[in-house]
Design a protein around this ligand. Structure first.
Ligand code: MTE
Length: 312
């Protein structure tokens, strides 16, 4: 997966601090404004529209946010190319309205739901999470979304639902990367049901106060902050509840390098590079990578008794 190393990012990609501060103030006021109207239920939205939300009091970080420019111009979205800069350009052609998600497998309420159906009862919340990419860089992102657990409960999973498998859209005309055999499309990811039900696991529909930019996985994506970034699958069209552990795309492509769990773990190196440190995008010096990406207190219990070297 590692194609470009962080030090290859041209300095022109890193936003000037003054511009960043101004934008930050603008975004903070935008987020403030969005609190004034009804804190109602979620609305379907596409493109860069302001999104009503509340700010989570729990899921915040005392860390500098990564700039909007970097979050939206340094992306991994292989359906739009394998380099970091293509998605910002080529994802703009993706049609995200109408959008629907098929819910299948071990649930009492399977079916195909429109995005509006999916969002309707949920109150959106801004949560600031770290995202640690397996390639050795990280960001701090103000996502907007709702807990996946709340969505799952609506479909009444049966006792056979031990895992949840997610699938991304494949549309060759609009997703140039899917015309090549980089991965066995569609992109797939999976979680154990208790990981999916963990309160940290987010279905995200926006960031920085606005609907999800296409390059970040519009209109709806997963965010699992204690796992390497590739588990956070974008532009989801299917959620399948299964009994057996599903095979994720990266596991299928390079099983020696990518496991099903992929929890951020500074003690387990990737076969080709160390995972001890990371470069926060926008910073010069590397920082230490934290166990479970800093979410150990919330998730360590999920893996009690498991050998995390074996189940990487
Ligand atoms: N989802 C799909 N469908 N396709 C992808 O290529 N890349 C993953 C993940 N989700 C990817 C994906 C990887 S490797 C990372 S690090 C994150 O998305 C990056 O998310 P971001 O571009 O919003 O930072």
């Amino acid at each position: 997966m590692l194609i470009k190393r962080p030090q290859d990012i041209p300095s022109s990609e890193i936003t000037d601090q003054a511009v960043y501060q101004n934008r930050r103030h603008f975004m903070q006021s935008l987020a403030g404004i969005s609190l004034l109207p009804l804190l109602g239920t979620a609305q379907a939205g596409y493109g860069n529209k302001p999104l009503q939300h509340q700010k989570s009091k729990i899921y915040r970080l005392d860390e500098e946010l990564t700039t909007h420019q970097d979050i939206t111009h340094y992306n991994n979205f292989y359906e739009f190319g394998t380099d970091k800069y293509s998605p910002a350009k080529s994802a703009q052609q993706l049609t995200t309205d109408p959008w629907s998600i098929t819910v299948a497998g071990a649930v009492e309420k399977p079916g195909t739901y429109t995005l509006e159906d999916i969002l309707q009862p949920h109150v959106l919340e801004e949560r600031i999470y770290r995202l640690r990419c397996v390639e050795g860089w990280s960001m701090v992102i103000p996502w907007i979304g709702f807990p996946l657990a709340d969505l799952i409960k609506r479909f009444n999973p049966t006792s056979k639902a031990k895992f949840v498998e997610f699938t991304t859209l494949v549309r060759k005309e609009e997703m140039p990367g899917t015309r090549r055999g980089t991965l066995n499309w569609p992109y797939k990811e999976g979680l154990r049901i208790d990981e999916a039900m963990n309160p940290l696991t987010l279905m995200a529909v926006g960031l920085y106060g606005e609907t999800m930019p296409k390059q970040n996985g519009a209109p709806i994506r997963l965010v699992v902050p204690w796992k390497y970034g590739f588990k956070s699958i974008k532009s989801i069209v299917k959620i399948n509840f299964v009994e057996r552990q599903p095979v994720s795309s990266w596991e299928e492509a390079i099983p020696r390098e990518y496991g099903f769990y992929s929890n951020v773990n500074p003690k387990v190196d990737h076969p080709r590079w160390s995972q001890k440190r990371e470069r926060r995008i926008g910073e010069f010096l590397k920082r230490k990578t934290l166990m479970f990406n800093g979410y150990e207190e919330q998730v360590a219990d999920l893996y009690k008794g498991m050998d995390l070297r074996k189940y990487y």
